[in-house]
Design a protein around this ligand. Structure first.
Ligand code: GLP
Length: 270
C-alpha cells in the first residue's frame, strides 16, 4: 500500500483530487466509486474547482456510490443521494443517468443489491474507488465482523457508527439502523482504491487498517490484499503509524522516479 501523509486536510483534498483528475483526463469514460461523509467534502470542492477553472470534463464519467441508508427518500437531506447531489453532482457536468447510488427505498434487498452489482459489472467495473474510513475501521458500511468476501447487501449499523453519524441528523434516534452497502469484495474488485482519512479521531483506525493484521474486525484492513491502494492521510490521521519514515522515503523515491532524476536515485553513478 502506498501511504502519503500530507500536512492537513486541505492538502489531502488537493492530492486526492490530483489522482481523480489524472484518471478522468487519461480515461474520460472512467468509472468512479464515491464515498460520503465529512472526509471527501474537500476532495469534492477541489473537483468542482477543477471543473470550473480548468474544464475538467465529467460528461462521460460514470459513478457508483458506496452506500445508502435504508428508508430515506432521495430528497431527504441526510440521504446519500441528496449529499452527492448537493456536494458534487449538481456542480459538475456529470450525466445524471450515469450517477448511481444504492436504492434505499426498495425493500426487495436481494434483487436491488444484485442489480447494483450487475450495473457495476456492466459499466466495466470501478476504475478508482475513493474511500473514507469509520472510526472503528469500517469502509462503506462494512461494519466490524463483515465478511471480507461480502458483496452489496443490507447491513445493520453498529452503535459506534450511529453515534458518529448522529452529528448529521441532530440526534441518534433519527439515524437509520440499516443501510445498503457495497461489500468488501465489491470494493476489492476496483482497479485502484484511494483511502482518505483526516483528523485525530481516525488515527487508531488508520493504524489498524494499514499496519495491523488483515481481519474482518477492521474491514479497511482488507485493502492490504489489494495490489493498488493509495492512502492519503493528514498528519493527525497518520499520527499513530509506526513506519512513517519508510512511507516518506518511498514517496521521495517515487517523485525522483517520476521526474527521471536517476542520478539522485543512485542509478548511473558508477
Ligand atoms: C460512514 C460512511 C463511510 C465513511 C464513514 C466516515 O460510515 N458509510 O463511507 O467513510 O462514515 O465518515 P466521515 O468521513 O464523516 O468520518
Amino acid at each position: 500500500m502506498r501511504v502519503i501523509i500530507e500536512k492537513n486536510a486541505d492538502a489531502v483534498a488537493v492530492r486526492a483530487a490530483c489522482f481523480v483528475a489524472e484518471l478522468i483526463r487519461r480515461k474520460p469514460a472512467c468509472v468512479l466509486g464515491l464515498p460520503t461523509g465529512g472526509t471527501p467534502l474537500g476532495l469534492y470542492r477541489q473537483l468542482i474547482r477543477l471543473h470550473r477553472e480548468e474544464g475538467l470534463d465529467f460528461s462521460q464519467v460514470t459513478t457508483f456510490n458506496l452506500d445508502e441508508y435504508v428508508g430515506l427518500e432521495a430528497t431527504h437531506p441526510q440521504s446519500y443521494r441528496y449529499f452527492m447531489q448537493e456536494n458534487l453532482f449538481r456542480h459538475v457536468n456529470l450525466d445524471p443517468a450515469k450517477t448511481h447510488v444504492p436504492d434505499g427505498l426498495s425493500l426487495d434487498f436481494e434483487s436491488s443489491c444484485e442489480k447494483y452489482e450487475q450495473m457495476i459489472r456492466a459499466a466495466g467495473g470501478i476504475d478508482l474507488q475513493v474511500l473514507g474510513i469509520g472510526s472503528d475501521g469500517h469502509i462503506a458500511f462494512n461494519e466490524p465482523g463483515s465478511s471480507l468476501g461480502s458483496r452489496t447487501r443490507v447491513k445493520s449499523l453498529t452503535g459506534e457508527t450511529i453515534r458518529d453519524n448522529a452529528r448529521f441528523f441532530g440526534s441518534e434516534d433519527q439515524v437509520p439502523r440499516l443501510a445498503i452497502t457495497m461489500g468488501v469484495a465489491t470494493i476489492l474488485d476496483s482497479r485502484r482504491c484511494l483511502l482518505l482519512a483526516t483528523g485525530p479521531g481516525k488515527a487508531s483506525a488508520v493504524r489498524s487498517a494499514i499496519e495491523g493484521p488483515v481481519t474482518a474486525q477492521v474491514t479497511a484492513s482488507a485493502l492490504q490484499l489489494h495490489r493498488d491502494v493509495i492512502a492519503v492521510l493528514d498528519e493527525d490521521a497518520g499520527g499513530w503509524l509506526t513506519r512513517r519514515e519508510c512511507y516518506a522515503e518511498f514517496e521521495r523515491a517515487q517523485r525522483l522516479l517520476e521526474t527521471g532524476q536517476w542520478r539522485e536515485l543512485g542509478i548511473g553513478k558508477q
